[in-house]
Ligand binder design. Sequence first.
Ligand SMILES: [Zn+2]
Ligand SMILES: [Zn+2]
Length: 206
Amino acid sequence: MTTRIDLFSSAAGEVSTWIVGDDEEVIVIDPGADAAGLLDAVGDREVLAVICTHGHAAHVAAAFEVAERDEAPVALHPRDRSLWRETHPDEDADIEMEDGGVFEVADVRLDVIHAPGHTAGSVCLYCEGLGAVFTGHVLLAEGPAPHDGEYPDFAGQLTAIGGYLLTLPADTRVLPGHGRQTTIATAEKKFDAWVAGQGSGPVLGG
Ligand SMILES: [Zn+2]
Ligand SMILES: [Zn+2]
């Protein structure tokens, strides 16, 4: 059985939800807001976990609704808990992710990389088996993602990109929380311009 990565997005410009797995089971990364549409895309495959790359509302809105169907746990880094509560005031995530944490699905594993900057609890998920890293809002094809037009911690975000993401194999696919995908090799070429403050990502509300 082939383990693969599917993309679900409810509309252009909306959150890119990544579905990692095979014909039997999947992990959902960034559920977005359209639970019904996403569960349609998952089909009858079992959801093992719903992972949120960070706590911003547009990325986590449907988390519990998606997780509920198969009684899957929802995972979040604890440093985004206060952001999370702006969307889900009455219920916390089930799993507190940490740097170095591991999820397994089908025949691959996802390694948790804590990458603070965009938010304090932002994470990336690296899947060596599929040659891909899921970067949420840490890194888009255009560069580090701002929030509401601003960078809460630009230096931290660049450190996370330079210190962790750019150490991955050059041909690793970068699968972000919005828009086009890129590769580590391409990001590496653009990195100096980002440090110089050029070529930052598009302004996003979520
Ligand atoms: Zn965000
Ligand atoms: Zn977003």
